[in-house]
Ligand binder design. Structure first.
Ligand code: UD1
Length: 331
């Protein structure tokens, strides 16, 4: 297949480009470099031996996207490009709604116009809102507490409505749980600009002594050790979920959780990181972070039944690979 990957230099996008290339698919990348670096392209080439075409463009720019669709005939689009910091989305709602929704509309519109049949979308477990885990695709979506989450739910809705009336246009919505880890080569990983928002890049920066200590956001939750429980999943497993999706997706709209089905607390993740890597991660217990829920993990059985995909890598693999990337790149 020939696949257009937006946000292909980002954390999940770059790992997916590697897996696509390994499976023999041709990839064209669109990335605006807002939270990624151009040298990721060289690193992808180092791993795969294949140089993908890169367009440094913004996926909200319809004229530029149209030129890319005119120049190539795609079998599918995987749309990763988007803003994803929850806290920032509360401060800059218009920017988040504009970026994340306009890009989804521009790309789906062009797919329909140019007869591109497959559209895989980066969604998030956040669309389930606060409901008891395991979270399953048959559950209704519940209210989100921030504009970022809302952009994922509205994008799902836009794509679903578009696929209903455009029979040649099929959509696969992938709801990620908590992707962490890095490529085992140490060349690709999560490298956010500035102070990280998410737990794993924060842990690696503290272990690296770039940041003095980690604050655990609350230890009074109704969980075994009082800290929040999440479904951490290796980014390479997530990338493989996209390959399974684009190669096996049916007609119409399909929705899959990409998670392991296993919950891990903040303290367990820190302890595993320390044990596997033999480094210290100083932390203090702080206030709860507004909008956090106590427990969130997937029922991943649908993706296994229908796509033959399941996560294979362990928590140990995730923390080892994340640390290797940090050491290779920021020490
Ligand atoms: C967050 C978003 C989610 C988004 C995902 C990917 C919220 C409420 N949710 O998920 O919508 O899809 O990121 O970008 O922000 N933690 C600490 N200290 C830290 C950082 C995190 O204790 O410095 C804790 C959090 O309270 C949470 C866990 O670590 O319990 C994981 O946090 P994070 O990595 O931000 O992911 P989520 O909150 O699950």
């Amino acid at each position: 297949m020939k696949v257009l990957v937006t946000g292909g230099l980002g954390f999940i996008g770059s790992h997916t480009v590697v897996q696509l290339a390994k499976r023999g698919h041709k990839v064209v990348i669109v990335d605006n470099l807002s939270n990624s670096r151009e040298d990721v392209l060289t690193r992808i080439e180092e791993i795969t031996g294949i140089k993908s075409k890169l367009f440094i463009e913004d996926a909200t720019d319809e004229a530029s996207m149209r030129r890319i669709f005119e120049a190539s005939s795609f079998d599918g689009v995987i749309h990763f490009a988007g803003l994803k910091a929850v806290g920032e989305s509360i401060k800059k709602p218009i920017e988040y709604y504009y970026n994340n929704l306009v890009s989804t509309m521009v790309l789906s519109k062009l797919c329909i116009e140019f007869g591109v049949e497959k559209f895989v979308f980066s969604s998030s477990a956040t669309v389930y809102g606060n409901q008891p885990s395991p979270l399953s695709e048959i559950m209704d979506l519940k209210e989100r507490t921030n504009p970022y989450g809302e952009t994922k739910a509205i994008s799902e809705r836009i794509l679903t409505d578009a696929a209903k009336v455009n029979l040649g246009f099929s959509v696969c919505l992938l709801r990620y749980f908590n992707p962490i880890g890095a490529h085992e080569s140490g060349l690709l990983g999560e490298d956010p600009r500035g102070i990280p928002n998410n737990l794993m890049p924060f842990i690696t920066r503290v272990a690296n002594r770039d940041i003095e200590k980690l604050t655990i956001f609350g230890d009074d939750y109704d969980t075994e050790d009082g800290t929040c429980v999440r479904d951490y999943i290796h980014v390479v497993d997530i990338a493989e979920g996209h390959i399974a999706a684009i190669e096996n997706m049916g007609k119409g709209v399909s929705v899959y959780n990409l998670g392991t089905g296993k919950g891990t607390s903040v303290l367990e993740l820190i302890e595993t990181f320390k044990k596997v890597n033999g480094v210290d991660v100083p932390f203090v217990i702080g206030e709860r972070r507004p909008g956090d829920i106590a427990v969130c993990y997937a029922d991943p059985s649908k993706a296994y039944k229908e796509l033959g995909w399941k996560a294979n890598k362990s928590l140990e693999d995730m923390v080892r690979d994340a640390w290797r990337f940090e050491v290779n790149n920021n020490q």
